[in-house]
Design a protein around this ligand. Structure first.
Ligand SMILES: C[S@@+](CC[C@H](N)C(=O)[O-])C[C@H]1O[C@@H](n2cnc3c(N)ncnc32)[C@H](O)[C@@H]1O
Length: 323
């Protein structure tokens, strides 16, 4: 059986499986092989999981099997970018072999799933758990720019915000990053955004946890360059920045990123972490330069996110003062 995640964050799913004591096999581009049987029940709650499929065939995309079991509903997911022709050919071959219609509606689980990963490997199997991230219960307001929850969970895990810590998202939008932390247990959260409508969505998203007293959340209408926190008050900052595509522009980012990252470094306690997601790597690098030795890169991975490949960057706040 394979557990699917977003390509680029496989290591997070591996970590979750290990914590659950699930035996693992190979790890590939957006997938992790797990033992069949009980493992499915255990893994289905993993935060960075997208789907679990029982494999019936795996191999090179150029030679899909001649015949697959009849499927009433088949769903095909291609993860290749700029390989449209090959993808269409493989898709046609899989549909022929399955002898059934292609199902594009993801609301219900498909019977048979064909996944073509970026490495050119085709995975065909029966869906066991599908679209886990679509069923997050906190999704009271789905905004177009809302982050994929599996990726938000990976960012929260990378931030290492534990109970009692204060996690700040200075561009919180509808609050997906904050909600993913709230799902893990008691915490203190601070969210900031310039968009009052997004903040209202974030407030409704977090309201259940706040009402139960599990989470202390402060949501502020304001600018990420001027956060309502004292120096060293935050123990983690995790944020999905405006990329400059659908939201803002690269020119906006040129001004925003250095000031925002310096402000994040100001509020972070030494030896805590900053986690950012953006596809604007040029201005991310510029912003990091503006922080000098106060932020030290820990890891940077590219994540496949529906045609964009943003970078998930993790940085340590060092003991160095901001220059
Ligand atoms: C990519 S969206 C974040 C989406 C969020 N992760 C979610 O799941 O809804 C970026 C957010 O940054 C906000 N933003 C842009 N410039 C800002 C600034 N200077 N200060 C604070 N927020 C800002 C936007 O309003 C937007 O909500």
């Amino acid at each position: 059986m394979v557990a699917l995640t977003l390509p680029g964050i496989e290591s997070f799913l591996v970590g979750e499986c290990k914590a659950l004591g699930v035996p693992l096999g190979r790890v590939g581009d957006g997938w992790v092989e797990v033992a069949s049987g009980d493992a499915a029940q255990q893994v289905r709650g993993a935060g960075t999981l997208r789907a679990l499929i029982d494999l019936i065939w795996r191999g090179p995309a150029e030679s899909p099997p001649d015949r697959l079991p009849p499927a009433q509903r088949l769903w095909f997911e291609a993860q290749w970018i700029n390989r449209g022709r090959e993808t269409a050919e493989v898709r046609a071959a899989v549909v022929r072999a399955a002898g059934g219609p292609v199902e594009a509606d993801l609301d219900g689980p498909p019977d048979l799933v064909a996944i073509l990963d970026r490495g050119g490997v085709l995975h065909i199997g029966r869906a066991r758990v599908w679209g886990c991230e679509r069923r997050r219960p906190y999704r009271v307001a789905l905004m177009a720019r809302a982050l994929n929850p599996a990726l938000a969970r990976a960012m929260v895990m990378a931030s290492r915000a534990r109970e009692g810590d204060l996690l700040c998202d200075p561009c919180c939008g509808s609050g997906t990053v904050l909600a993913e932390r709230a799902m893990l247990g008691p915490c203190r959260l601070v969210g900031v955004d310039v968009d009052a409508g997004a903040l209202d969505a974030a407030s409704r998203t977090l309201s259940g946890w706040v009402a139960q007293g599990r989470v202390v959340a402060r949501l502020c209408h304001g600018d990420a360059r001027n956060l309502p926190l004292e120096p060293g008050e935050a123990t983690a900052v995790a944020t999905n920045l405006p990329f400059g595509h659908r939201m803002g522009t690269a020119a906006d980012n040129a001004a925003l990123y250095p000031a925002l990252l310096r402000e994040a470094a100001r509020i972070l306690r030494p030896r805590s972490r900053l986690v950012v997601l953006t596809s604007d790597r040029r201005h991310l690098r510029g912003g990091l330069r503006a922080c000098g030795a106060a932020l030290r890169p820990r890891s940077e991975v590219r994540v496949w996110l529906g045609g964009l490949e943003p970078t998930l960057g993790v940085y340590d706040r060092t003991d160095e003062p901001l220059a």
